[in-house]
Design a protein around this ligand. Structure first.
Ligand code: B1M
Length: 211
């Protein structure tokens, strides 16, 4: 469909006001909100995610595309809620205690939302207790931890232990990432999954929830 392609391409270029306009127009033309979301907005974000992973676009482009996507989603939101488009699952996300870096985490949030997850973003400097409390309150499927410092990544072990102590470890998947984190480190803290980038994180989250 032409208008879907247009929405996807405008999103990739980060043209927020035009994305908003086109989404509105598509709705007026009778396109379903679900199609606009999946074939327009998410299709565009998938392209950006893939290019980001391949170093063809960088953080500023992703943030601008994200803003365009948020504009489009804002128009769709009332219609999607009315249709009850199913959530892929609930994710608790945060940067670990002592760590204030949030750019990567925000990208992870975006990609997860792009895949249809409800994301509870606890922000930065999040303690193990806060992760556990949020997981309980929201009946979460996944807890995602980000860390950018070699001095704070060890905090991930505390989060895993706290989930275990709260009896949540069977139910909740534990995913970790961030620049200093490696597969070997993720294994050492008992994580279910390590991914090197935000797009892969969202894909693996979907896989874990469907497994
Ligand atoms: Co900081 N900093 N910083 N810093 N900072 C680094 C991380 C550092 C490598 C710079 C350096 O020295 N070369 C270094 C860490 C060294 C180490 O630990 N070995 C460092 C340091 C030392 C510090 C301070 C201690 C500096 C100081 O005050 N002396 C201080 C610590 C503050 C604190 O956290 N307590 C500090 C502060 C800051 C700023 C506040 C100035 C700012 C953060 C602003 C913000 O986030 N709002 C900042 C920045 C911007 C950086 C660099 C330059 C860039 C980080 C970034 O945002 N990258 C960084 C150097 C560098 O990496 N080049 C550096 C872009 C982002 C998209 O990548 O977060 O890796 P990243 O996310 C990636 C993947 O890792 C992955 O997805 C993203 C891509 O798709 N990912 C996940 C992330 N989380 C994931 C979770 C997942 C899966 C994937 O699953 C759950």
């Amino acid at each position: 469909d032409d208008i879907m392609l247009e929405i996807s391409e405008l999103l990739q270029k980060g043209r927020a006001p035009l994305v908003k306009e086109k989404v509105q127009q598509a709705l007026e033309n009778g396109c379903s909100p679900k199609d606009i979301l999946e074939q327009g907005l998410l299709a565009g974000m998938d392209v950006i995610g893939e290019k980001f992973r391949n170093n063809e676009v960088f953080v500023p482009e992703v943030l601008i595309a994200a803003r365009a996507m948020n504009n489009g989603i804002a128009v769709l939101k009332p219609h999607l809620a009315a249709m009850g488009v199913e959530s892929a699952g609930c994710v608790i996300l945060g940067t670990v205690k002592g760590d204030l870096h949030d750019i990567g985490k925000n990208l992870v949030k975006l990609m997860l939302e792009g895949k249809g997850f409800q994301v509870v973003d606890l922000g930065v400097n999040v303690s193990a207790e806060q992760f556990v409390k949020a997981a309980q309150e929201h009946d979460a499927d996944i807890v995602c931890c980000s860390a950018l410092l070699t001095t704070t990544m060890t905090e991930m072990k505390s989060v895993e232990q706290a989930l275990r102590d709260a009896g949540l470890r069977e139910k909740v998947k534990f995913m970790v990432g961030g620049a200093p984190v490696t597969q070997a480190f993720a294994d050492s803290v008992g994580a279910d999954c390590y991914t090197p980038d935000a797009a892969t994180c969202a894909e693996e989250a979907l896989r874990l929830c469907r497994a």
